[in-house]
Every structure is written in structure tokens, then in C-alpha cells.
Design a protein around this ligand. Structure first.
Ligand code: SF4
Length: 619
């Protein structure tokens, strides 16, 4: 395989491609039956921050009969070199060509990485269309949140895995081995897998109107997601690979729980990863100790969708504090709930300099926060801000979303008022005028599949820009406010693919052919190129993003079952328009989202021992 060393002096950040990091695993190729290349379709520093990669790396490499090696999207300078020298894309561990592996698994985290996926396949020398790949080419498998509506990618993939991957990956490897030992073909393998929960084989379905239907009677009409019922029993990587160059999140991580039932109506993760499954404190303390001992990190991040909601947070922190380690340990939380308790916890964790605290009120008025089911009041935010300023923070970061359903000018002005109120609290708390800062970060609403807002249109680019201008005007006089926003055209593209169907695949192919890469990076994103691609493919992107979908129309993801019932999503959508909030089922009462009875699982809270049986319809 290529003299990688020859390439390295000619690219930026060569450490992205060398492999051999601490805790990386290199197995004897000839002694292993099933070889998997795992691709993260973005750069090394982003991919190495992804806990899911480390979990699968550990799960597969723990098996004596399988290996998993990593590959990331090469930066354009490396792509140019690979193409000019005719070197196929290679993995980091063995520097072998990706096309030599049995399986290429690609994680689908974000719609704006889709052109990178096509680029990875092409650089690997793997035909882009699944139907053009023979038996000698790797099986291309996708997983992650975007697998819950993968239709725009359907022609390029052999298989999608829905839901938690820890158990599914073993089932996949076992069956692959069995079929191959018996001399079976890829199609035999896929046909068998398609009958099992969690595996969606797009070539065994066809698009009919907007919906997707099976081609054969033995293939299920709906594919149900996989759920790991007991996270304490799930494999966790005690020896994660330590990146050579600083990753976006450069710290050790333990996953405190999976799932979130707060019920924000725009949030896809909150719907597709239900129910909540917490790990118990002794398991987490042990995992924290192992991961720190085996990496040397001095920071441990407690990850989840909302860590402050962990029912045993204080006992967990106390347990971690008691660890006898060779070096001091800082514990961090990735995001904070908007309340004073959360600030108190953050204060307890922060030693020395306090840089910035982040809260996500999401909307500027109580009316709109009720619409999106963000159960946070202005008083909560101001109390949290006061607690933060009194504890010594001088800079707060606030996340908002614009373009939300029912949003009016008043809601945008409400953001300005809320920010000014936070500044006033800072002044009252005696933060020096020149040091007080509020960073306001604004995202544009993107309707996502499997959420109560999946039927909602995205507002037009003109309207989005108009609302951003209004917000700028609102905050113009506030020199202590740093305003930033997500590029609306990127959010438009995200909305197109988030609710897309198979008819989008030719446009995606066109965009890649026209040079689109790293669409999630502002410096690479080219909307004119995408417009040309849509025109060439005869696709109207606005029909996907700007249209209000009807309750009774068949949706391109209806055949994929995340467990939450459509009846619940409709009810939530209607409650949003009535301004009614829905409680979190962790507060004790099931609100009937449907996950538990339909998947035979239940919420697991650490607080009460092993699990908590709410009235979910399960005995
Ligand atoms: S079925 Fe009930 S208990 Fe289970 S996640 Fe949904 S709301 Fe919560």
C-alpha cells in the first residue's frame, strides 16, 4: 500500500492520515474473517470526537474474528494528491485500500456530509451505485440519525441499520460470516438480514408516490429500530483511541444515559433515541476511572442529550471525585439545563478560570417556548444567569432558533429583550462593564423526520434573512452582544435532504460531480453549485423544504419505525398550535409516545435501582 509518508509533507495536518495513535488496534489481516472499514464522512478532528465511533471500534475489535479500521473524509488537499497519484482511499490502521474490506460502514450524522460520502466511495474505487457493485466490492452500510430517513441515499447503500448499533453490529458480523462460509452471495445475506429488526435493505423496496413499499412478501413493510434495553450491559470502550491532533472535543467521554424525553418538538434526537436509559453510578464511576487511566486525559465529559437531567448526577460526581488518580481530573458537562441548579453543578465542577456557560432557551417569548415544548421560563433563565454571574462567569452563550412554526416579529424582538434582561442581570451582579458578554448563536429551524414538526414548512430564505436583520437591529446598540448565525442556505439544504425521497439521489450525484464537498463548512459550501445540480437533475428543492406536508399523506420515512407513534406526533403538533406543553415522562407519568409498548422496552432510571416502570402499557 501507498507510501503514505510521501504524501504527508504535502498536506495540511498530516496527522489526520497516519494512524498508529495510542490505543489504536491493528490486527493481523490474515487471521481475521470479517474486515470492516468505518468511515466518518468529515475530517479526522470531527470524527474522533464522535463517541459512537469509539463504541463500535471497541465492540468489533473485541471479537477475535473481526476487525474494524477507521477512515475519514480527506481534506481537499489530500483528495487532490490521491487522485493525481491514483492512490485509492486507505484506512488509518493498516493503510490498506478501503475497497479490500468486506464492509464499509458509514455513519450518517448530518445531511450536509452526503457529498462527502459519495466522494469517499469514489476515492475508494467503489462504484457509487449499489446495483453496480459486484461481489468483490465491500458491502456499504449506513447508520446514525440520518438513517431514519435515508431515502436520498438509498441507491448508494446496500443496507441501513436503524437505532442502537452495539448489538446489531454483532448480528450483522455473525450472519455475514455464516453466509460467506456457506458460499452465499451478498444478496442472500441482505435478504436474510432484511427480515430482522433494525436492518433496512433499500434495494428490496421501491418508491411508490412519496412512500416506500417492499418488493417481496417476506420483507417487512415497516422496519423497526433496534434498542439496547439495558445500557449497563452494553459494551463501553475502556481504551478509546487518543487522537494525534486536537479533536473538536478533546477529552475522555462516558455516556451517562441515552434518550431524552423532554419532548422539544423540533428535536429529532429526542424522538428517535427514546426511551431514556440511564447507566447506574457504580458502572459509570468504573468506566470513568478506566477511560482516564487508559488515556491520560485530565478531563472527563459526561455525555448525553441533557446530562443535568441524570437522576443520580450528584452521587456520580461524588463518586468520580473520590477516584484515586495519578493526576487531577476535571469533569465537564456538554450542555446545561436552563436553571440555577445546573449552574450550581457547573460551578462545583469548575476550578479556576470560568470561560463561558451555555444555555439554550431556543425562543424569545414564553408563547413560542410553549409551542416548541421548551419548558423554560424567562425567570428560569434570569435566575440561571444570576447564579452564573454571581459564581464568577462573565460570558454567557445563548442558543436560539428562528423560523420556528408560528413565529412572529414579537418573538424575534423577544430574543432581543431576553438578551438585554440577561445583560441587566450581569450589571446588577457587578460584572465589570468591559467584561460582560452575551454570545447569541442563532440556528434556522429545519423540519426533521419523526418529529412533531415534520409536517411544517421551512420559511423562505428571504423571510429568514428578514428575521435575522430584525434581530441584528434589535441588538445593534448592545456592544456587549456577539451575534452569530447559521447560514440560512445551508439550513435550506439540510431541510431538503432531511425530508427527502429517492428522487433527490440524482441531484446529490450531480452536486458531487460539480465539485460539492464539505457542504457543512462555510468555506466550501457553494449554493450556486447546488442550484445548478438541482436544475440539471430536474429536481425542485423548494418543494421539499417549503411545503407544508399533510397529515394524511404518505411520507418517505413512514416505513421506518422509530417507535414513536404517528398519532402521538400529530397530537403533539396540534398541542403546539394550542400553545400547550407536554410533560417529560421521567416526571412519573407516561405521556403515550408509544415507544415502550411498541418496542417492548421501558425507561430505565438509575435513581431507583435498576428500572422504573411507568404506566407504559407494559406489565
Ligand atoms: S411510552 Fe411513555 S414512558 Fe415510554 S418513552 Fe414514551 S412517554 Fe416515556
Amino acid at each position: 500500500m501507498p507510501a503514505v509518508e510521501e504524501l504527508l509533507p504535502r498536506v495540511s495536518k498530516p496527522a489526520r492520515y497516519v494512524g498508529g495513535e495510542y490505543n489504536s488496534v491493528r490486527k493481523n489481516w490474515d487471521e481475521v474473517e470479517v474486515k470492516i472499514a468505518f468511515a466518518f464522512p468529515d475530517v479526522y478532528e470531527v470524527g474522533m470526537s464522535y463517541l459512537g465511533l469509539q463504541i463500535l471500534y471497541h465492540a468489533v475489535n473485541s471479537r477475535p474474528d473481526a476487525l474494524l479500521e477507521r477512515v475519514f473524509a480527506p481534506w481537499p488537499d489530500m483528495e487532490t494528491l490521491l487522485r493525481s497519484k491514483g492512490i485509492p482511499l486507505f484506512t488509518l490502521e493498516s493503510h490498506r485500500p478501503v475497497k479490500d474490506f468486506d464492509i464499509l460502514a458509514i455513519t450518517l450524522q448530518y445531511e450536509l456530509t452526503y457529498t462527502n460520502i459519495l466522494n469517499l466511495l469514489d476515492l475508494a474505487g467503489i462504484p457509487l451505485l449499489a446495483r453496480e457493485r459486484g461481489e468483490d466490492k465491500p458491502l456499504v452500510v449506513g447508520g446514525g440519525p440520518c438513517a431514519f430517513n435515508p431515502e436520498p441515499l438509498a441507491p448508494f447503500f446496500d443496507l441501513f441499520v436503524l437505532g442502537d448499533g452495539e448489538e446489531a453490529v454483532h448480528e450483522l458480523i455473525d450472519l455475514w460470516r455464516e453466509v460467506r462460509r456457506q458460499g452465499g452471495r451478498k444478496q442472500d445475506f441482505l435478504r436474510e438480514l432484511a427480515r430482522r429488526p433494525g436492518f433496512y435493505v433499500p434495494s428490496l423496496y421501491r418508491q411508490e408516490g412519496k412512500g416506500v413499499v417492499p418488493l417481496h412478501p417476506d420483507v417487512p413493510a415497516r422496519v423497526r429500530k433496534r434498542v439496547v434495553a439495558d445500557l449497563d450491559q452494553a459494551p463501553f470502550p475502556p481504551r478509546p483511541v487518543v487522537p494525534w491532533v486536537e479533536a473538536v472535543h478533546d477529552r475522555a467521554m462516558i455516556e451517562v444515559f441515552r434518550g431524552c424525553t423532554r419532548g422539544c418538538r423540533f428535536c429529532q434526537a429526542g424522538m428517535i433515541y427514546r426511551p431514556v436509559r440511564e447507566r447506574t453510578v457504580p458502572i459509570l464511576v468504573r468506566q470513568g476511572e478506566e477511560v482516564i487511566r487508559h488515556t491520560g486525559y485530565d478531563e472527563l465529559s459526561l455525555t448525553s442529550l441533557s446530562t443535568v437531567d441524570y437522576t443520580c448526577l450528584l452521587p456520580l460526581l461524588a463518586g468520580l471525585k473520590k477516584l484515586r488518580l495519578s493526576h487531577p481530573l476535571t469533569v465537564s458537562l456538554p450542555s446545561l439545563r436552563v436553571d440555577a441548579f445546573a449552574v450550581g453543578v457547573a460551578e462545583g465542577l469548575t476550578a479556576g478560570r470560568k470561560s463561558s456557560l451555555t444555555f439554550a432557551p431556543e425562543a424569545g417569548t414564553q408563547r413560542l417556548r410553549n409551542v416548541i415544548n421548551k419548558k423554560v421560563t424567562e425567570e428560569d433563565l434570569l435566575r440561571a444567569a444570576e447564579a452564573a454571574f454571581k459564581a464568577g462567569w462573565q460570558r454567557l452563550k445563548l442558543y436560539f432558533m428562528i423560523g420556528l412554526p408560528t413565529e412572529t416579529e414579537e418573538d424575534i424582538k423577544g430574543i432581543g429583550e431576553l438578551v438585554r434582561a440577561v445583560l441587566a442581570v450581569g450589571e446588577r451582579c457587578g460584572v465589570p462593564h468591559g467584561r460582560l458578554r452575551v454570545a447569541v448563536s442563532v440556528a434556522c429551524f429545519v423540519p426533521k423526520a419523526h418529529t412533531p414538526f415534520q409536517w411544517e414548512p421551512q420559511i423562505s430564505q428571504e423571510e429568514l434573512r428578514e428575521r435575522l436583520r430584525l434581530l441584528q437591529t434589535e441588538l445593534r446598540r448592545e456592544k456587549r452582544v456577539e451575534l452569530s448565525w447559521h447560514e440560512p442556505r445551508m439550513s435550506l439544504l439540510e431541510a431538503v435532504f432531511a425530508r427527502g425521497d429517492r428522487n433527490l439521489a440524482p441531484a446529490l450525484l450531480e452536486a458531487w460531480r460539480r465539485g460539492c464537498r464539505f457542504d457543512g463548512w462555510r468555506e466550501h459550501f457553494s449554493f450556486p453549485r447546488w442550484e445548478e445540480a438541482f436544475t440539471a437533475a430536474g429536481v425542485d428543492p423548494y418543494a421539499y423544504a417549503y411545503r407544508r406536508y399533510a397529515y394524511d399523506e404518505v411520507l418517505p420515512w413512514d416505513h421506518l419505525d422509530a417507535g414513536v407513534s404517528k398519532k402521538f406526533l400529530v397530537a403533539e403538533h396540534q398541542r403546539a398550535y394550542r400553545g400547550e406543553t407536554t410533560p417529560d415522562c421521567r416526571e412519573g407519568k407516561c405521556v403515550g409516545c408509544g415507544v415502550c409498548p411498541s418496542l417492548g422496552v421501558r425507561p430505565v432510571l438509575a435513581e431507583e435501582g435498576r428500572d422504573v416502570s411507568l404506566s407504559t402499557g407494559l406489565s
